[in-house]
Design a protein around this ligand. Structure first.
Ligand code: GDP
Ligand code: CA
Length: 317
């Protein structure tokens, strides 16, 4: 079976790890990964979502902290701070910088990000193929109250999403194209899964790349989404601030309606909601999306694997 997953960073990574645990050796999983958080910093190309997934699937992620490499040190970051360059509020770990140097070096050789990602990930035995949604530099910027704008990373990490956002802009998206393999992975998939990732700044920027929505609309596979919202809360992080900015309630049914039914011009055939949100099911069904009520918390390997299994089962009906 071919499974294609649209994914952001940490939430998507946890889901992919669980999914990998339940597939059979003949199955192929491809993750189409958001690049909207990517940026240039002190000469390095940083790709947070691609790296979160890579480290998590490689077993090299820091479970305690929730992001970055395990056993990380920050000596280089301290030097950059002393020189007064970079973003003092955005720490790059030393091991992580090794990844960024490699990526930047390969991009400098003229390779597109998708090829660079294939080379970087080949070091690890991930069991999942990672493709950036696009090879183009399409960065998410936040337009804040007062009209100013900043890179998403500055709004999220420096300001902890505390400045009211008016809207999000995918800078450069109109001229972008899906990376090689993206449309093919959507068209060839038996099951397409929208991971429990941030709908606004992880999945939204993927869907905004010209050609991707159309590919989903025409895909012969079943599109199953997993709610990142449980009991009206975002589980981990601050994604509610993003939903509020685009006028979507932080609720499992509101996010389903935001994505919309594929039969009515949206992207979903089925939507997984948590048992605590069972009361949302009728509203989702009324919107033309099959609702499946299952446990959505990924608190360990077992619950993450069960969610992977449930997502695949939902594709069957
Ligand atoms: P980011 O790019 O690192 O922000 O990560 P993603 O966009 O992939 O995922 C972030 C989202 O994952 C959060 O907004 C949460 O709503 C969601 N999330 C985190 N943990 C869980 C979980 O255990 N279950 C579910 N259903 N969603 C989760
Ligand atoms: Ca992200």
């Amino acid at each position: 079976m071919k499974i294609t997953v649209l994914s952001g960073g940490v939430g998507g990574a946890r889901f992919l790890r669980g999914l990998r645990d339940v597939i059979s050796p003949a199955d192929q999983v491809t993750a189409i990964v958001n690049v909207g958080d990517d940026m240039w910093l002190t000469g390095l190309r940083i790709a947070p979502d691609l790296d979160s997934i890579m480290y998590t699937l490689a077993g090299e992620n820091d479970e305690q902290r929730g992001w970055g490499r395990v056993g990380e040190t920050e000596r280089v970051s301290a030097e950059l701070r002393a020189y007064g360059v970079g973003w003092p509020w955005f720490t790059l770990g030393d091991l992580d910088i090794g990844t960024h140097l490699t990526r930047t070096h390969l991009l400098g050789e003229g390779l597109p990000l998708s090829e660079v990602t294939t080379r970087i990930t080949s070091r690890w035995n991930l069991g999942v193929r990672l493709i950036p949604a696009t090879d183009d530099e399409v960065e998410t910027h936040v337009i804040v109250d007062g009209g100013g704008s900043m890179h998403f990373q500055e709004w999220w990490t420096r300001h902890r999403a505390s400045i009211a956002a008016q809207r999000f802009e995918s800078v450069g998206v109109a001229a972008s194209t899906p990376a090689p393999g993206v449309l093919e992975a959507i068209a060839a998939a038996d099951v397409i899964i929208v991971a429990p990732s941030n709908p606004v700044v992880s999945i939204g920027p993927i869907l905004a790349i010209p050609g991707i929505r159309d590919a989903l609309a025409e895909a012969p596979g079943v599109v199953v989404g997993v709610s990142p919202i449980i009991s009206g809360s975002v589980v981990r992080g601050m994604a509610d601030a993003c939903l509020t900015a685009i006028g979507v309630a932080t609720a499992a049914d509101a996010v389903a309606l935001h994505y919309g039914a594929r039969s009515r011009g949206g992207v979903l055939d089925a939507w997984l909601i948590d048992e605590s949100d069972a009361a949302c099911a009728p509203a989702i069904e009324a919107a033309g999306i099959r609702a499946h009520v299952v446990p959505l918390w990924m608190h360990d390997a077992e619950s993450s694997a069960a969610l992977g299994r449930d997502a695949l089962a939902a594709a069957i009906g």
